[in-house]
Design a binder for this molecule. Structure first.
Ligand code: SF4
Ligand code: SF4
Length: 145
């Protein structure tokens, strides 16, 4: 599965583009997170690797901006397990273990579509980074997140 971030500008945010793309191309999308209002939206989805080119083309044809989200990396040498990041995480990706150390579950993290923990960390122990070798096909309009 490949995670991609779909950005919907205001002029298309009220269109059922995800549903129509799933039906038209039989792509099995998994929606990880969504933030949508009248001014636009961001939806983080997982797409099967074999369908990624088809999905990216289909969304771009409809005016959706498609990018690869950055994921978090935690520098364990810098982390002092203060817990400042823990209560901010909207997805439950950060937990505190029995020995009071802070634990990150990257499978639950929605990366740069959130980034709250990275902003809050007093030690700058959390950075947003791209997975190596992960590209959006034909990413001419890709923006740095
Ligand atoms: S805010 Fe930073 S230093 Fe504190 S627990 Fe989280 S990663 Fe560690
Ligand atoms: S980036 Fe957001 S979702 Fe990911 S661990 Fe940090 S707070 Fe949680």
């Amino acid at each position: 599965m490949v995670r991609i971030l779909l950005r919907f500008p205001e002029k298309i945010v009220n269109q059922p583009i995800i549903a129509e793309t799933i039906l038209k191309y039989s792509i099995h999308l998994n929606i990880i997170a969504a933030y949508v209002d009248f001014h636009g939206g961001q939806v983080l989805v997982e797409v099967p690797s074999q369908d990624i080119e088809k999905a990216v083309s289909a969304f771009r044809e409809r005016g959706v901006i498609v990018t690869i989200p950055k994921l978090i990396e935690v520098d364990k040498e810098k982390c002092i397990h203060c817990g400042s990041c823990y209560s901010l995480c909207p997805t439950g990706a950060i937990t505190i273990s029995e020995d009071f150390s802070v634990v990150f579950d990257k499978e639950k993290c929605i990366g740069s579509s959130c980034g709250l923990c990275a902003d809050a960390c007093p030690m700058r122990a959390i950075i947003l980074t791209r997975e190596p070798n992960l590209m959006v096909p034909n990413s001419g309009n890709e923006k740095t997140l």
